[in-house]
Structures are given as C-alpha cells and as structure tokens.
Design a protein around this ligand. Structure first.
Ligand SMILES: [Cu+2]
Length: 396
C-alpha cells in the first residue's frame, strides 16, 4: 500500500513539473526565439546524444562485467546427475554465444548511432541494397541457430527419453500437494500400485489403491533417498494445483499436474557426503554459516537463541507459485551408496503392513468422504500413455 502511494506521489509530481515547464514555455512565446530554445535539434543536441549513446554502451559493458564478478559464483556448480554435464554444456554454449553476439552488436548499434548523428548540412547517402551483405547477415544466424537447435533437440531427447519396458530402474512416485512433498517407492515388484485421490484415508495420504496387489509392497517416505549410480524414474502426481518438481543439483525439473502423471528419469552420480566435500559447495556453506553466525550474535544480544549451523543437502523444490506457502515447499534429498540406500529402504514398512497396522490399532474412525474429482480419476497406465508427449515435460 505504501509503495502504491509513493508511486502515485511520484506520478503526480511528474505531471506537476511537466505542467510547470509548459507554463514556462508559454511565458517565452513573445520573446525572440534564440537557437538553443527551439524544439528542433541542433548540432550541439546531436553531439550530446551521440556521446550519450557511447555512455550507455559503457554502462551495458560495465554492468555485465560487474554482474559476472558479483553474482557469477551463484551458478549451480557441479552437476550431480549423469545427464547434468550435457545439460550444462548446452547452457554454457548458449550463454557464451549470446554474450559474444551481444557484445559485438551492441557496440555496432551504439557506434553507428554516434557516427551518423545529425550534422547541419549533412545529406543522407542513398544506398539501395547489397545482396552479398544481406546474404551474409542472413546465413550466419541461420547456420548458428540451426546448429544450436539441433544440438538442443539431441540433448533434449537424450535426457528425456525413458523406455519403461527396458529400463532397469528404480521407480519412485513424487506426490505434490499444498505445501509439501511425499514419495512412494515401487517396492520389491518394481511396480507402483494404482492411486487415486478418492482412496486417501488415514495414513494412506497419497491415495494408493490398497486393493491393487502391486500396491502392497509400496513404501512411502517423507524424505527422498536415492541410490548413487542407478537410474531413477520419477512419476509425478499432484493432489491439488499445478506444482513443479525442481531438483537444481541434478539439473531436472518437471511440471506436476493434477489429473495426470508426468515423468523424469535421471541417474545420481554424487552422494550427499561426496557433494559436501565439493570445493564450491564448501565455499557456499561457509558463506552461509558466516551470515548465520553474524545473525546469531544479533539474536543472542537480543536475548534470543543462536541459529543452527547449515550443512549441505540436496533439495527438491517446488518451482511453480502454487499458493501462500509455496516458498517453503521443499523436501530433503539424500543420495546414498546403493548398499546404504537398500538398508534405509529395507528398514521401512511396506504400505500394506502399515495400513493394516493402523486399521487394527484404531477403533473404526470416521471415514473421509471421497472427493468426486473426475480429473484425478486416472490410473497409472492411462497416465503412462499421456506422458510420452514431450510438450508436457517442458517447463515454461
Ligand atoms: Cu507447489
């Protein structure tokens, strides 16, 4: 509200100044018109504008260099998935290309604006066209862009292609809801049981269909553990609105859409423990801890408690603004060696056992009224067929 008022005041101030200058001009009407008072640009005005063009060019260059020095270290760092380096490569090529082309073209644009600024008695030189020149400036972008697009498509298919019949993979369902994540492992049989929002009841918070034999050995968790070096195929479902599953360190992101299942597969290559020893990560962590210890000193001075020191963890974040607590919609991701991962998973109860235990332990509790939501009435097979189109996969 305050900022709105400030904007309103600034706009009104602007209008007032504009009106004042108009009045000033009106008072000058009768006076002899001197050259510097005319509305027509003269050589002096043109010179000023010409040099300002150069000034602006300098500003663009200096600000670019400043941004790179000041914020360059905030890029994502070592990729922790098999396809990560390829993804980063595509990004780097695109960014370097943009950097070089913009450096040259911005120079030319501003230099010509300066060189051909208005001068009294100058006449324009008539120059119809030049086929050779036009050919060159058409063919170069065509070749460069075609190369970039072809390489991009090649990388895209490589990263996104999943053959469900052939993959020796770990199947994990990632379930999004306002405002958190849950995960479900396919269990011994490697097949996720069917699920639907109507089956949500008690501890079965992901709506798994417990009459499906494939669902009995499924395992749910509130922390995502992944084995290093094994392909993991994620099936994403949403309970309510559009979310986006974003794994920045693994260079993976996928829309999570109510009423359908989307998918993404990647192979983690660096365990959490190994990543904590990565120099760039260690740098970031010590930076964060420096900020925290300063903040802690402030807090203690005010009689509060000190902040806990930060340790690095991979994260799954929501990358779609999905509501009030969107900013905090995240889940810890732990990459273990395969043995540690198997141990962690084997210590968990299967959903079949967990549901039975909770039913036996409780008196019959009130049954939640199933929500009629035809959009969510889709089983995994229908979903598989829908997801193949890459259009869904792209996050805009
Ligand atoms: Cu969300």
């Amino acid at each position: 509200m305050t900022s709105l008022l400030i904007i309103a005041v600034l706009v009104l101030l602007g209008i007032a100044i504009w009106q004042l200058t108009k009045i000033f001009h009106l008072t000058q009407l009768g006076a002899t018109v001197r050259e510097e008072n005319t509305e027509v640009a003269n050589d002096r005005d043109n010179n000023v504008n010409g040099y300002l063009m150069f000034g602006f060019l300098g500003f663009i260059y200096i600000f670019t260099i400043y941004s790179m020095v000041k914020w360059g270290h905030l890029v994502l760092g070592t990729p922790a998935s098999e396809h990560g380096p390829q993804y980063d490569n595509l990004m780097a090529i695109s960014m370097w290309l943009i950097f070089i082309v913009q450096t040259i073209t911005q120079f030319l644009l501003h230099y010509f604006a300066f060189k051909y600024r208005g001068k009294k008695d100058n006449t324009a030189y008539y120059y119809a066209d030049n086929d050779k020149l036009e050919f060159i400036w058409t063919i170069i972008p065509v070749v460069v862009l075609a190369g970039l697009i072809l390489y991009g498509l090649y990388a895209w298919t490589n990263i996104m292609f999943i053959d469900d019949d052939k993959e020796e993979a770990l199947y994990v369902e990632v379930y999004a809801k306002q405002f958190g994540w849950e995960v479900r492992y396919a269990g011994e049989d490697g097949v996720l049981g069917k699920a639907n929002i109507r089956y949500i009841e008690g501890i079965n918070t992901m709506g798994v269909d417990m009459s499906d034999p494939n669902a009995q050995d499924d395992i749910t968790a509130t922390e995502l553990h992944l084995p290093k070096g094994k392909k993991v195929i994620f099936k994403f479902r949403s309970q309510d609105v559009l979310h986006s599953a974003y794994f920045p360190h693994f260079r993976a992101q996928m829309n999570v859409v109510p009423g359908m299942v989307t998918q993404f597969g990647f192979t983690p290559t660096i365990t959490t423990d190994e990543m904590r020893l990565d120099p760039a990560i260690m740098d970031k962590v010590s930076n964060i801890n420096n900020i925290r210890s300063k903040k802690s000193a402030d807090l203690i001075a005010k009689g509060g408690n000190a902040l806990d020191p930060y340790t690095f963890d991979y994260l799954l974040l929501c990358n779609k603004i999905c509501g009030a607590s969107h900013y905090n919609m995240q889940m810890k991701v732990v990459v273990d060696n395969e043995a540690d991962f198997n141990k962690w998973l084997s210590e968990k109860k299967t959903l079949g056992v967990a549901v039975k235990e909770s039913q036996a332990g409780d008196e019959p509790h009130e049954v939640e009224v199933p929500m009629a939501d035809p959009a969510n009435n889709i089983d995994q097979d229908t979903i598989k067929a829908t997801v193949d189109s890459t259009a869904v996969a792209q996050n805009r």
